[in-house]
Design a protein around this ligand. Structure first.
Ligand SMILES: Cc1cc2nc3c(=O)[nH]c(=O)nc-3n(C[C@H](O)[C@H](O)[C@H](O)COP(=O)(O)OP(=O)(O)OC[C@H]3O[C@@H](n4cnc5c(N)ncnc54)[C@H](O)[C@@H]3O)c2cc1C
Length: 332
């Protein structure tokens, strides 16, 4: 049985720990609760199409069923509800956008995922007039904070979770106790000396939690997206985000991020709202926009699981399984 230390308990570290333990490995997890962590502020949305041209996400049809299966297994094992499937109402602001959408809907590989609709459904009373609408049928939300907190509490009770940060000087000594060390540090890996060649291009993201004011007959359960995405949180509030900043001086929410989100909210809505919270995190994005997974070139017992970028919810389950299988079948 291998003994493995996982450094970082965001979505990458959590799912890797689960996949390794399922294969019989002994796992310890360290997390220093460091500023700028991404999973704790993310909406956890899985969306089949992204970008202005509504292009299908990389290997979506392969990754989606695996993600769904794993999150649902975690729901059962942990006794929590973290997987929700909701359609997303896509606001189309210009005739060109509506035309691009119609073209996508007519393509066979998009037919399962996208559709057209005449009305804004439950969002009708909230929106400014003048939009056309599309529907993204297969979108889902993973409740990251609930998953992470519950997993951490259980691991803590079992005595395998430790609230501490790693000092890179300790690694050689730790390898006398552990067969492998896997770094799942999110954006903090940019300074990890065991992966000097990693091509990170991290981005700061901010989101607001808002509540619409006044009497509301029916609170929508669907998500709605234009430039900003609104996600119903189930308690009358909505997560709204997010921003992308490639150059930033700190990890904290700022007035520029807030004003940017508010600008787009005012383009979408007539209904007044209040801001309940404002959060920020740093996405661990790579230049090639692909996950970064594998051993260090300096020491084959040290691994990295990172680079989930904007798509941690979709990618982490598949790649955690792959990495766990690889580590558990290695000799030595
Ligand atoms: C505003 C925002 C919205 C987003 N929305 C979505 C979304 O809707 N859907 C989606 O799929 N993705 C979304 N993302 C991206 C998503 O958050 C990331 O893909 C994913 O969470 C990255 O997870 P991670 O585990 O790699 O890193 P993180 O979540 O950052 O976790 C890293 C962990 O490692 C710990 N750590 C770091 N260094 C050390 C150390 N040296 N010692 C000990 N512990 C350490 C940190 O404390 C942290 O807990 C969003 C991101 C942001 C910022």
């Amino acid at each position: 049985m291998k003994k493995i230390l996982i450094v970082g308990q965001g979505i990458a570290g959590t799912l890797l720990a689960w996949s390794l333990r399922k294969r019989g490995a002994e796992v310890h997890i360290w997390d220093g609760d460091l500023a700028g962590s991404s999973s704790s502020v993310a909406a956890g949305i899985i969306n089949p199409v992204t970008g202005k041209r509504f292009v299908k996400s990389w290997r979506f049809d392969e990754f989606y069923p695996i993600a769904k299966g794993i999150y649902q297994q975690l729901e059962q094992e942990l006794g929590i509800s973290i997987w929700e499937e909701h359609p997303t109402l896509r606001l189309l602001g210009t005739p060109e956008e509506a035309n691009d959408w119609a073209i996508r809907c007519a393509q066979p590989e998009y037919a399962d995922h996208l559709g057209e609709t005449e009305h804004a459904r439950a969002w009708e009373p909230f929106l400014k007039p003048g939009f056309r609408f599309g529907v993204i049928r297969k979108s889902a939300r993973v409740r990251f904070p609930l998953l992470l907190t519950t997993f951490r509490e259980n691991a803590h009770r079992e005595g395998i979770f430790f609230e501490k940060s790693i000092d890179y000087q300790q690694v050689e000594t730790l390898l006398q106790d552990y067969d492998r060390i896997v770094f799942c540090e999110g954006w903090r890996a940019t300074t990890n000396p065991f992966f000097p060649e990693s091509a990170f291009r991290v981005s700061k993201g901010e989101a607001l939690i808002i509540r619409f004011q006044g009497h509301i007959d029916r609170i929508p359960t669907e998500m709605v997206k234009k430039t900003m995405l609104l996600v119903p949180m189930g308690d009358g509030t909505f997560w709204v985000g997010s921003t992308y900043r490639w150059h930033f001086e700190d990890t904290l929410p700022g007035t520029d991020g807030r004003d940017y989100i508010l600008g787009y909210l005012h383009e979408m809505f007539d209904t007044p709202f209040e801001i309940v919270n404002h959060v920020s995190g740093i996405r661990p994005t790579m230049i090639d926009r692909r996950p970064l997974i594998g051993p260090s070139t300096l020491n084959p017992k040290i691994f990295i699981f990172n680079g989930l970028g904007t798509k941690g919810a979709l990618l982490a389950p598949f790649f955690a399984e792959q990495l766990a299988a690889e580590i558990c079948t290695q000799k030595g």
